[in-house]
Design a protein around this ligand. Structure first.
Ligand code: OGA
Ligand code: NI
Length: 362
């Protein structure tokens, strides 16, 4: 029996503590947005005012060919200004993309008990976590999203510990996307004047995580957010979104993509993947590449899924702006830190735009 969602405590217990998620709340028959999900006006997303990002996806099959330089330039330009771009011919089979979206819908349609076994405090494995919102204990308004997160250590542990319903497609996604990630990093590092050896790229993508995000239909999308303003903390994120739309990025600097401070929508493009620059790349590049501030709107008609792969260095890694870049720039914008300390700060605060980077500022 679903509780009254007008009462903050019983809502929290039902949605967060007992693992019913936003999905469970919506399925119980909801006609209005509960108070706990009402965003302050400043965080609400005005759909009608946002422009669509018109940049065509970058064709990665041209890397290494006669048009390599032009394609590399497109990657660099997007990473310097927006921190977001889309790619096609990325090496991940298109039918796998379809299976991933179907599998995510199937998984979140499972009864709550099946998913709730992976709640952080009871999960049988530290590699898998099912949850809702971002840091529900810390948030003034909750995010309209449920998710499952799977850390990758090696194939054997993934096969043994990841939920079997979503394990194989997720692993295949990771396998088929990593060479693209390495190629993109190669381009970004070369442009900084660093001759990237494979070992350096290994460090940058040492840790990997596949998430499945589920955004149930919402009675009033104007009052809620699917994910609040944030940047991703790691190296590069690969994101598969479905056809529904609602992913917005903030323009950090006046550029060919628009005016500083403006939000643009990254429109769904069939068979494309979205790439976004994470905080670690902003730090390593001494601010030259921008981690992208982004957020997600909800919809009233259909549930949305997205499936990101996050890459990052190992928790024990020391991170600092690359010496080659600092030497050129004359000063380091960021200090050296241990990744674990950065992560601890990132995951213990509610989403708040790019405030996460303050931790590393000199
Ligand atoms: C994220 C994220 C965007 C989306 O999971 O970090 O920003 O479209 N997701 O779901
Ligand atoms: Ni994100």
């Amino acid at each position: 029996m679903a509780p009254s969602f007008d009462d903050g405590n019983s809502l929290f217990n039902f949605v967060v503590r007992d693992g019913n998620g936003v999905k469970g709340m919506v399925d119980s028959g909801l006609s209005t947005v509960p108070q706990a999900y009402m965003q302050p006006p400043i965080e609400r997303i005005d759909k009608d005012r946002a422009r669509k990002h018109g940049q065509p996806p970058i064709d990665l099959s041209k890397l290494g060919g006669p048009e390599h330089e032009e394609v590399a330039k497109q990657i660099v330009r997007a990473s310097e200004s927006l921190g977001f771009f889309q790619v096609v011919n990325h090496g991940v089979p298109v039918d796998l993309l379809e299976s991933l979206k179907d599998t995510a819908h199937d998984f979140f349609s499972l009864p709550a008990e099946k998913k709730a076994v992976y709640r952080a405090d009871v999960s049988p494995t530290p590699l898998v976590k099912y949850g809702t919102s971002f840091v529900p204990q810390k948030e003034k308004a909750l995010e309209w999203k449920d998710y499952i997160s799977m850390q990758y250590t090696n194939d054997a542990e993934a096969l043994q510990n990841w939920p079997e319903e979503i394990r194989d497609v997720s692993l295949e996604y990771l396998r088929t996307s990593m060479s693209m990630v390495r190629n993109l990093l190669q381009v970004l590092l070369e442009n900084l004047g660093v001759k990237p050896e494979d070992s350096m790229i290994d460090v940058l993508v040492d840790k990997k995580m596949v998430n499945m995000n589920y955004y149930p239909t919402c009675p009033n999308p104007d009052f809620t957010v699917g994910v609040g303003r944030h940047s991703d903390m790691g190296t590069l994120t690969i994101l598969l979104q479905d056809g529904i739309g609602g992913l917005y990025v903030k323009i950090e600097e006046d550029s060919e993509f628009g005016k500083k401070g403006e939000w643009v929508e990254i429109p769904p493009v069939p068979s494309a993947l979205v790439i976004n620059v994470g905080d670690m790349i902003q730090v390593l590049s001494n601010g030259k590449y921008k981690s992208a501030e982004h957020r997600v709107r909800t919809t009233s008609t259909k549930s949305r899924v997205s499936i990101p792969v996050f890459t990052m260095p190992n928790a024990t890694a020391k991170i600092a702006p690359l010496p080659e870049v600092v030497e050129k720039d004359g000063n380091a914008l960021y200090k050296e830190f241990i990744l674990a300390d950065y992560m601890k700060n990132f995951f213990s605060n509610a989403h708040d735009g790019k405030k996460s980077l303050d931790f590393a500022k000199n």
